[in-house]
Design a protein around this ligand. Structure first.
Ligand SMILES: Nc1ncnc2c1ncn2[C@@H]1O[C@H](COP(=O)(O)OP(=O)(O)OP(=O)(O)O)[C@@H](O)[C@H]1O
Length: 275
């Protein structure tokens, strides 16, 4: 649990000189990052720049090639399997496609982490599931339905309810609004913000949705693909608040947040000419 005497801005997550390579491909190059408890961070950057790899490195699903990752001052790579499993109980995940078990009811899906790791009576589980479902705006009547009977937006809300059921200290959202209409996307944005207001949780959100990136975070981090970096350049090309993002003068940041292809069109033309 978060130490009650921890200062408000003590880092919950600390990444030191993190480099991740797959074979000859360098995906993350010397990343340094510190995330205080309670902060909501949005990670942006073009496809393939390493956002998901960074998120997976933070929770110990990918091992650094170099560097270190700490969660609440514990170095993740030094933990054995059972310590890592225990640590993971402090994380919640909201996956891009909700990732619900099709054959289970909504109630069973939301209760799943409790059944795996908790020691609760069936009445307690029932109450906790209903309370989390109501927190994400779903009625009690959904508990006996199967995921296929719900809309995509409702399924994402179920995914959020499931992520919240173990009272995680860190929630990772992987493209939470992908595939949703603008209204339902905004409902999800509001829920992420409401979740933060109601729970002392730290959130890392990977998204391509600029409405999400501008609405929900305390802080935005933008990565550039390692292949596009100058030799000594920091892979985090932006780290700041939303107003700072909007006023950032880096052309690559502006092109990204405004969805402008810029010199990528030139690359396309060059490629066409060389065919
Ligand atoms: N386990 C792995 N083994 C080999 N390569 C991997 C592995 N995981 C990721 N990669 C590669 O790392 C690069 C970065 O992937 P990542 O999924 O982090 O990108 P991303 O920024 O999240 O992209 P997107 O926005 O499209 O989801 C990609 O080239 C991907 O193919």
């Amino acid at each position: 649990m978060i130490d009650q005497f921890m200062e408000a801005n003590d880092p919950l997550v600390r990444v030191e000189n993190l480099t991740v390579r797959f074979g000859r491909q360098t995906v993350l190059r010397n990343i340094n990052l510190s995330i205080p408890a309670g902060q909501t961070v949005v990670l942006i950057g073009e496809s393939g720049c390493g956002k998901t790899v960074l998120m997976k490195s933070i929770i110990g699903l990918i091992n650094p090639t170099q560097g270190r990752v700490f969660f609440d001052d514990e170095e993740i790579q030094t933990l054995n399997d059972s310590q890592l499993s225990r640590l993971r109980l402090r994380f919640g995940f909201v996956f891009q496609h909700a990732a619900l078990f099709d054959s289970m009811t909504i109630g069973q899906n939301v209760a799943f982490p409790l059944m795996q790791h908790g020691n609760f009576t069936s009445q307690q589980i029932h109450d906790m599931v209903l309370s989390r479902l109501s927190e994400v705006g779903l009625p009690d009547s959904v508990v006996y339905k199967k995921p296929a009977e719900l809309s995509g937006g409702m399924q994402k809300r179920v995914g959020l309810a499931r992520a919240l059921i173990m009272n995680p200290e860190l929630i990772m959202y992987d493209e939470p609004t992908t595939g949703l209409d603008p209204i339902m996307s905004d409902v999800i944005n509001e829920l992420i913000m409401r979740t933060r207001r109601r729970n002392p949780v730290t959130s890392i959100v990977v998204t391509h949705d600029m409405n999400t990136a501008k609405k929900i975070p305390d802080r935005v981090i933008m990565l550039l693909p390692a292949t596009r970096l100058e030799p000594d350049e920091n892979q985090i090309i932006f780290d700041g608040s939303v107003p700072e993002l909007e006023h950032c003068r880096d052309r690559r940041v502006q092109q990204f947040i405004n969805g402008e292809a810029g010199e990528r069109l030139m690359e396309l033309r060059t490629a066409q000419h060389s065919v």
